[in-house]
Write a protein that binds this ligand. Structure first.
Ligand SMILES: *[C@@H]1O[C@H](CO)[C@@H](O)[C@H](O)[C@H]1NC(C)=O
Length: 162
């Protein structure tokens, strides 16, 4: 076991704070319970509901997507939330993509950076022109923030300034 000085412990703690954890907070807007599936996997699927927001942390440089399935519904890939943390220029990239399943209209809804709340990807009501419908749509958003919010469900939220 190497000896750690108090100084090196302080540096270690500071670097953890500076790097900050990448995260997405899932905010359920209706009364459905949903399971979130992540690709690549973060371990086991995560169950979320309106009882509380659920914040999921992501490893450095994670690039992947997630979708939500309502309790009792069959598991099929739905509206996708796509994220890339610590990407080009160190930024976080995100978008809501309807390319795989545009029929999924009340699971993953919108994504935005937690602090500034702009830019927003996704729709209050699908379809809209703020999500990917065609592979050549230019919809990917970028932010310096590493904490995102994703809404799920049938109610809208962002415009109400909640
Ligand atoms: C969930 O997060 C949103 C957005 O940050 C916030 O407005 C809302 O109050 C939170 N809900 C709960 C139950 O904490």
């Amino acid at each position: 076991m190497p000896q750690l000085s108090a100084g090196s412990l302080v540096v270690f703690a500071l670097s953890l704070t500076t790097v900050g954890a990448n995260s997405v907070t899932f905010w359920t807007l209706d009364h459905n319970v949903r399971t979130l599936y992540f690709t690549p996997s973060l371990g086991s699927p995560v169950t979320v509901s309106s009882d509380a927001n659920t914040t999921i942390t992501f490893p450095s440089e994670y690039s992947g997507n997630f979708y939500a399935v309502k309790q009792g519904a069959s598991q099929e890939v739905g509206m996708l939330g796509e994220v890339m943390f610590n990407g080009w220029k160190g930024l976080t990239y995100f978008d809501v993509s309807a390319i795989v399943n545009p029929r999924d209209r009340d699971n993953v809804k919108q994504m935005w950076p937690a602090k500034s709340r702009v830019p927003v990807s996704g729709c209050e009501v699908f379809p809209c022109d703020n999500a990917y419908y065609q592979p050549n749509d230019v919809q990917t958003k970028a932010t310096k923030e590493v904490n995102l919010v994703t809404t799920l469900g049938s109610r809208s939220a962002h415009q109400k300034g909640v």
